[in-house]
Design a protein around this ligand. Structure first.
Ligand code: NAP
Ligand code: GDD
Length: 345
């Protein structure tokens, strides 16, 4: 049985990757960091009681800011594949906590690579690189496009990417970087723009929210469906030769187009509800990301399966269902939750 270790297991991609690998017969070990309340919502449906025989999914406390916890985990588990997905992944937040972001995203990657090397574990390594690294480089962007990062997060990801390449070249580690363009799902964090929009649509439709405040509506992103992208991560580690791959749909849309479509799904006119609030602008913006994923198509045989229109429909549909289910628990509790979340969007 192959064994995988996933950092960022509790996040959007980590949860889909865990399901994907369990379906393929892997034993999956996820890294979770200590928090004062439970943060495993995305994994609860696949939780396995470790006391039951046949359990193949385990969570361990560790942190990308704590090198010794990483080395101990690697030494004890000796995984065949490592997926480094852990990150402070919010671009806007990275301007507010740049030092922490760099520590987790850049140095955290180095800590994990170094722990892999020092423990001598024979494994394959996946690095979650990002299209955000391209920054202001014009589209379409591919593996050969020069990086021009525009945020502390993107600068840290460039370091993570380069140090992964360096460990491959210096120590012969089977390390691959996936340069993934934006990918979304009903499990997307609530403060990324797509999920912020689809949740607001559901709340507005049910009379629980009056307005949606957004930042730059003109930014263009290449938005795909997260489960398609975790398949690409796995495919990269199944290749004989490690390499870097850009992964995206090749189609870009503005934030405004996403908004319009999401509100249309709920028979609402977005212009009645959306207002621009400068607090959501970034000190430096990434205007236009659109993938040239031809190498991934050619070498990995990877193709996206969900279109932009389907993605928006799936996300609005799930948020509608969530609100309806929570409404059954009482409008008052739901209203309180909406208010508290609004402060952090
Ligand atoms: P996400 O939902 O924000 O998940 C991030 C994960 O990292 C969470 O499990 C989080 O734990 C964990 N984490 C944060 N700080 C950590 C630390 N100090 N030590 C260990 N783990 C830590 O992100 P995602 O959308 O799934 O993205 C997965 C990875 O791909 C990230 O590296 C992201 O930067 C990168 N990426 C994402 C996209 C995208 O469009 N989604 C595109 C390109 C690259 P908690 O649950 O405890 O917060
Ligand atoms: N979050 C957010 N909130 N973004 C907004 C808002 C808002 O209210 N209004 C407009 N936007 C714009 C942002 O300025 C950005 O141009 C775009 O919507 C997308 O923002 P996010 O959804 O926060 O994603 P991102 O593109 O900055 O970063 C995501 O994709 C990267 C890959 O390109 C994250 O998942 C990163 O971790 C990932 O690396």
């Amino acid at each position: 049985m192959r064994k995988a270790l996933i950092t960022g297991c509790t996040g959007q991609d980590g949860s889909y990757l865990t399901e994907f690998l369990l379906d393929r017969g892997y034993e999956v070990h996820g890294l979770k960091r200590r928090s004062s309340s439970l943060n495993t919502d995305r994994l609860d449906h696949i939780y396995q009681d470790i006391h039951e025989s046949g359990a193949r999914f385990f969570l361990h406390y560790a942190d990308l800011t704590d090198g010794s916890s990483l080395a101990t985990l690697l030494y004890d588990l000796r995984p065949d594949e490592i997926y480094n997905l852990g990150a402070q992944s919010h671009v806007k937040v990275s301007f507010e906590i740049p030092e922490f972001t760099a520590d987790v995203v850049a140095i955290g990657t180095l800590r994990l690579l170094e722990a892999t090397r020092r423990t001598g574990v024979k494994c394959r390594f996946y690095q979650a690189s990002s299209s955000e690294m391209f920054g202001s480089a014009p589209p379409p962007q591919s593996e050969t496009t020069p990086f021009h990062p525009r945020s502390p997060y993107a600068c840290a990801k460039v370091f993570g990417h380069n140090i992964t390449v360096n460990y491959r070249e210096s120590y012969g580690l089977h390390a691959s970087s996936g340069i993934l363009f934006n990918h979304e799902s009903p499990r997307r964090g609530e403060t990324f723009v797509t999920r912020k929009i689809t949740r607001a649509v559901a709340h507005i439709k049910h009379g629980l929210q009056q307005k949606l405040y957004l930042g730059n509506l003109d930014a263009r992103r290449d938005w795909g469906y997260a489960p398609d992208y975790v398949r690409a991560m796995w495919l990269m580690l199944q290749q004989d030769t490690p390499d870097d791959f850009a992964i995206g749909t090749g189609e870009a849309h503005t934030v405004r187009e996403f908004v319009e479509l999401a509100f249309t799904h709920a028979d609402l006119d977005w212009r009645d509800y959306v207002e621009v609030d400068a607090r959501y602008f970034r000190p430096a913006e990434v205007d236009y990301l659109c993938a040239d994923a031809s190498k991934a198509r050619r070498v990995l045989g990877w193709e996206p399966t969900v279109t932009f229109q389907e993605l928006v429909r799936i996300m609005v549909g799930e948020d509608m269902k969530n609100v309806e289910a929570r409404l059954k628990g009482g409008t008052e509790a739901l209203q309180l939750a909406v208010t508290a979340e609004g402060r952090h969007s």
